[in-house]
Design a protein. Structure first.
Length: 508
RNA sequence: GGUCCGUUCAUCUAAGGGUUAGGAUUCAAGAUUUUCAUUCUUGCCAUAGGGGUUCGAAUCCCCUACGGACUACCA
């Protein structure tokens, strides 16, 4: 790589960023870091009608939570700013003018109604290309058909106009995509795209090419939905005379809806049973709330790991990667060509792997607020102990409570299945013996409890599994959880005896 | 409709002319455990179809089917 790597993530702030967008940002970021390059965040807000308050901040917050660090952007600054296209408005006009002057673009004055009529007529006549194009522009109202004088007078009158790209006729455009190879398209299937809108703003196509040029972007890594416009962009670079510094293109496979059809979209919200947004989002107009990965209890590192593997793989059998490991392993060659469906089950597994790797103190720090919400205030040491005992059995922090409530509260009711299977008529008497035995222990520690229990049950030849399970039922309310003596040590002698007596009284 | 892109287990994917087509998740069974979970072992499950090229094809070529994207003065 001779040229310095500069890549950009260029979302449009029309709502919350969904996970496909985060993945695009991630791949750009990994590529930049891998090559000691620069990762730029550029906001593409040239469509004023689709402005959504809060969306821009949401995008920046999402990247930050994900651990994707922006080098140049609105908040970070940089030599190539501003990084919001609406703040660059004054820049684009001259480039559109340049193309008109050099004959690569022209003015068009057709009204929306006239365009609609043209399309209808073309459809009826079964034309293969129903667009504003070399074959149709001759019948429309534009500077090509009206002549210089009339064009000038319309322009001077202040009438609305757009600037369109003058698509060459019947020319084969060859463009190279780093993931898919050469893509060939004949310009006769393309159209005279609007470059500059009547509201004074550029369209995506113009702004994108101009900004990538001005910001010295080396690689354009974006979603596959842009593949069809790559030929147009290549032609724009050529028309500007920038072909020598044109960035390389890589079009990422799409993230698909898991239930089958189509690319994942913002509207999928929570319909599929999992979040499509990194952070929770409240729609500013409807007030509708969409859940986020952060609020659902995903660990950011796990979230990134999951996303990284949707469309890319390291070529080895390693699956758990830190961000730095992803940077080291990443390469565009290993990006898969086909779209990927999100696998919710595997996402849970990933989160479990990261949750288990958390230290007890870290997990306790995340679980303690939930405990306090339940009205339980205890020492951090005890919370850590509980976390260490249950973390293997949960996928999310919020599940810790379900697995650990009995450490803090005596069971209210007892699993009828377990009662039916284990609670025999002789049990209350045996538990009475157990109570006396435990009461006599000086050191109420797990090893001592363990030893005493074994001694009693073996010497009296009691059914080990039966008694232990009833004891567990008394402590936990069902047959689950870690080693029983460990639970009992945690609860303490007084509470243990209380729970045994309560169970005997309740179950009978 | 047109243009372009794609297609390996249910899902994410490996194998870039020669492997019993590998791994992971899910699911099932077993082991371990007083229980549940973890863990470990085992199992089930795939090259869309058809033609070529080749000694040999998941891999290269063509056709078909299916899927997707795009086709706005949206990005």
């Amino acid at each position: 790589m001779t040229q310095k790597v500069r890549v950009r993530f260029a979302p449009s702030p029309t709502g919350p960023l969904h996970i496909g967008g985060v993945r695009t940002a991630l791949y750009n970021y990994l590529f930049a870091r891998k090559h000691q390059g620069t990762f730029i965040l550029r906001i593409e807000d040239t469509d004023q009608t689709r402005f959504v308050p809060g969306a821009e901040q949401y995008i920046m917050n999402s990247l930050r939570w994900s651990g994707i660090i922006v080098d140049e952007g609105i908040e970070e600054g940089g030599e190539y700013g501003p990084y919001r296209q609406s703040d660059r408005k004054h820049l684009y006009r001259q480039y559109a003018d340049q193309l008109v002057e050099t004959g690569f673009a022209y003015y068009a004055f057709d009204t929306p109604e006239e365009l609609e009529t043209m399309r209808k007529q073309l459809e009826e006549s079964k034309a293969t290309n129903t667009a504003y194009s070399p074959s149709t522009r001759g019948g429309m109202k534009n500077s090509l058909t009206l002549g210089e004088a009339e064009t000038k007078s319309i322009l001077d009158s202040g009438a609305p106009y757009v600037i369109r790209f003058k698509m060459p006729e019947n020319e084969e455009v060859v463009a190279t995509d780093l993931i898919r190879g050469e893509v060939r398209v004949n310009t006769s299937t393309l159209d005279d795209k609007v470059l500059f809108k009547s509201d004074g703003m550029p369209t995506y196509h113009l702004a994108n090419v101009v900004d990538d040029y001005l910001m010295k972007i080396s690689h354009v890594i974006r979603g596959e939905e842009w593949l069809p416009s790559m030929p147009l962009h290549v032609l724009l670079y050529r028309s500007f005379g920038w072909q020598d510094v044109m960035p390389k293109f890589a079009h990422l496979p799409l993230l698909l809806k898991p239930d089958g059809k189509g690319k994942l979209s913002k509207r999928d919200g929570d319909r599929l049973g999992f979040p499509v947004f990194p952070l929770q989002w409240t729609d500013p107009t409807s007030g509708e709330i969409s859940s986020g990965y952060r609020e659902s209890g995903y660990i950011p590192e796990a979230f990134i790991n999951i996303l990284a593997f949707l469309g890319w793989n390291p070529g080895t059998e390693q699956e758990l990667f830190t961000m730095q490991e992803l940077v080291d392993a990443f390469s565009i060659e290993h990006i898969h060509k086909a779209g990927a469906k999100f696998d919710f089950e595997k996402a849970k597994w990933f989160n479990h792997q990261y949750l288990v790797k958390l230290s007890d103190a870290e997990l306790a720090g995340m679980f303690n607020p939930i405990l306090e919400q339940k009205g339980i205030f205890t020492t951090l040491a005890r919370v850590e102990k509980v976390c260490s005992l249950v973390k293997e059995r949960v996928n999310f922090v919020k599940e810790v409570w379900e697995q650990a409530s009995y450490f803090f509260l005596a069971p209210k009711d007892y699993d009828p299945e377990v009662i039916k299977k284990r609670w025999k008529p002789e049990i209350p008497a045996i538990l009475k013996e157990v109570t006396q035995l435990l009461d006599g222990l000086n050191d109420f520690s797990a090893p001592d409890i363990h030893e005493a229990l074994h001694f009693l049950l073996e010497s009296k030849k009691y059914n080990f599994g039966q008694v232990m399970n009833c004891l567990r039922l008394s402590m936990v309310g069902t047959s689950k959880g870690p080693d029983l003596p460990v639970i009992m040590e945690f609860l303490g002698k007084k509470e243990v005896i209380f729970r045994i007596e309560k169970a005997v009284k309740t179950i009978g």
